[in-house]
Design a protein around this ligand. Sequence first.
Ligand SMILES: [Zn+2]
Length: 446
Amino acid sequence: MASLLLKGGRIIDPAAGRDEVGDVVIEGGRIARVGPAGTLGPAPGGQADRTIDCRGRIVAPGFIDLHVHFREPPVARAASRVGGADLAALPETIETGAAAAVGGGFTTVCAMPNTDPPMDSAEAVAYYIRRGREAGLARVLPVGAMTRGRAGREAADLSAMKAAGAVAFSDDGSDVADAKVFEAVLRRAAAIGAVAICHCEDARLAAGGIVNDGPMTLALGLPGIPSEAETAAVERACRASTVAGCRVHIAHVSTAGAVATVRLAKTEGAPVTAEATPHHLALTHEALRGRESVFKVSPPLRSASDVAAVVEAVRDGTIDCLATDHAPHTAAAKAKGLVAAPPGVIGLESALAVYVRALVEPGVLDWPDLIARLTVHPAHILGLTAGTLAVGAAADVTVIDPDEPWVIDPAHFASRARNCPFAGWKVKGRVKQTLVGGRVVYEDLA
Ligand SMILES: [Zn+2]
């Protein structure tokens, strides 16, 4: 039985309330023992097969990202085309996305269904699970579409997708505009105990918009997306969660109005949770002044006061967890300019360092709080049995050097895409090793 010793690191396991310097022993792919240095005694078989010196490092549960896009179509292809020209044209595949995940310390990622064609059937869900397992890197958990064809007209077969392994449901990329369809989806999700992940944007209020409504619409001469488009949709989602008795998770909160709405809904007992992305925490709409399409995201980058409200909501727990909304695009697609380029940025391999910059360095979160937002909190939201270093748990572990300085350079990313809005940033906080099921699946050899 292969064994591994993570020696002398600062073990931070928020699920267990643990923050102490010590050793973690992994045997047979699971956490075998955890404790202060020198108290664990030798492994039953003597020396561990491998010892990783973790002094000065943080040993944390593997990160969980509830929101990534891997772009691979969820359909079985002719064998000759898998890995061939067809997949080669994609901005990301399940395999390259999973490699990016472990490079960023993420051991579990939830893949959104706005693929082409959309992931709206049990077969599609099964395909994502199979391809994720074949990649053998991060655990890839599919999110099924809420509506058939992600078209917003009728509920998809949520039960069949759940039986196939879908961990949540979402029409991410857009909202379900029709109130009746939205409520029907939420009632079905509630009936099977599933979570609805909502991309909250009122399509009519946002129609035609490119950038956040405000100074950038004037500066760039481009139509705006008002913050009200998000706030109104979050209000609707929170109300619907209560009416349908369905747990609703609000994706990528970006406005002060949405924050206030989620905060109020929680005090009223609505079964609502929320996430924030690195880019909505670390960038404002001012980033768009140079008209670079790499800063075009959905929802758009917002004002400094919106960013401050989102950061405060992370601090006070109104926003439960962090999620990257990793959205790879080809260079050709992003080269179409601000108006025509698709929205989205990649995030997996820069996330930790950006969270350190936006949250830890200003004292918004300390390291245990940050790790909680990346592990136990997202695990709780979807009821996943991950996000802890408890004895017996699968050994999904991320080893971090909290102080190592580095410069973000997407040329070094495992992601196939390069649409990273943080290129050139001098940051601190680097993933050194990522373990999934006790296997070292990523190691920083730089
Ligand atoms: Zn979205």
